[in-house]
Structure formats: structure tokens, C-alpha cells
Design a protein around this ligand. Structure first.
Ligand code: SF4
Length: 166
């Protein structure tokens, strides 16, 4: 049953977008993903307005003091397992706003982050690549067994994400 749930989650992740203080540059790139040019719905990725139905939280912008509590509340409302993707330099580390009096810092200062996508702003292709890598880490492709081949150690990120997925 766990395999089925993981399969369904990977094949159709519902994403929630949260702007924690971005300049809107990163947000425009996320909106571009939904247009027919990039059309992420072909991968089953669907924009979901309610945190209670979302699997993945896409966060843009450095987290301001005003938004920190709201971000935490939205994250807490999401069902387990849940994943957070920090999109853009500001969400990854605070970016150009690091050290500003009104800014807490990157997203990981408030909620745990599963994937970081740098750039100012990152191109839509980079965002798709980051989300696909996250999904691959949740459900890595099964390796064909070769006689005599040593067993490969899974990457730490894959183990961590798999634990969150259970
Ligand atoms: S990373 Fe760049 S585009 Fe994105 S919110 Fe920060 S300043 Fe704006």
C-alpha cells in the first residue's frame, strides 16, 4: 500500500505556492510553468490553493518577520508526508535581503526544506528540474541487479526524503 501511495504522490503532486516576501520575479516564473509553453500539468503537477490538500510547498522570497508565522502555519496545515521547495536565491538563503532588519532569512530558518533551486530568478526549466529531482528522490527508479556488482549506497538526500515520505 505504501508503494501505491508513493506512486500516486509522485505521479500527481499537488503544489501550493507561497510568497514569503519575494519581489515577484520568482512568482512570475512559477506562473510561467502553468502556461501552455511549459505545461507542468502534463507531469501531473497541479496548483492547489488549499494547504490541506497539497503535497509540496513552493516558497519564493526571503522570509520576512511578517510572513514567518503565516508560513509556519501553512506548513503545519499540510498533511504528511509533505515537502518544501525553496525557489530562488532569496528563498534559499535570504539572497540580497540577507541581514535586512525586516527579514528572518531563508525558508529553512522557519520550516524544513527538501530542495533548493537557486537563481535570481531561476528559469522555469530549473524549477521543473528541481521538482523532478525531488520526485525521483521520493521514488528512485529501481536498479537492475547485476551479478557480482557491489550494492550501491543510496545518496543521503534520497534516504532523508524517503523517511519523510513514510
Ligand atoms: S531571487 Fe531574485 S527574483 Fe526571486 S524574489 Fe529574490 S530578488 Fe526576486
Amino acid at each position: 500500500m505504501t508503494d501505491t501511495k508513493t506512486w500516486a504522490r509522485v505521479k500527481s503532486p499537488w503544489v501550493l505556492h507561497f510568497n514569503s516576501g519575494a519581489c515577484n520575479g520568482c512568482d512570475i516564473e512559477i506562473v510561467a510553468l502553468l502556461t501552455p509553453k511549459y505545461d507542468v500539468e502534463r507531469f501531473g503537477i497541479k496548483l492547489e490553493p488549499s494547504p490541506r490538500h497539497a503535497d509540496v510547498l513552493l516558497v519564493t522570497g526571503a522570509v520576512t518577520h511578517q510572513c514567518a508565522e503565516r508560513l509556519k502555519r501553512v506548513y503545519d496545515q499540510m498533511p504528511q508526508p509533505k515537502f518544501v521547495v525553496a525557489i530562488g536565491a532569496c528563498a534559499c538563503s535570504g539572497g540580497v535581503f540577507e541581514g535586512n532588519y525586516s527579514v528572518v532569512g531563508g525558508v529553512d530558518k522557519v520550516v524544513p526544506v527538501s530542495a533548493y533551486i537557486p537563481g535570481c530568478p531561476p528559469r522555469p526549466e530549473a524549477i521543473i528540474d528541481g521538482v523532478v529531482k525531488l520526485l525521483s528522490a521520493i521514488n528512485p527508479p529501481k536498479q537492475k541487479k547485476q551479478a557480482g556488482a557491489p550494492k550501491a549506497e543510496p545518496a543521503p538526500i534520497v534516504e532523508e526524503v524517503k523517511q519523510n515520505a513514510q
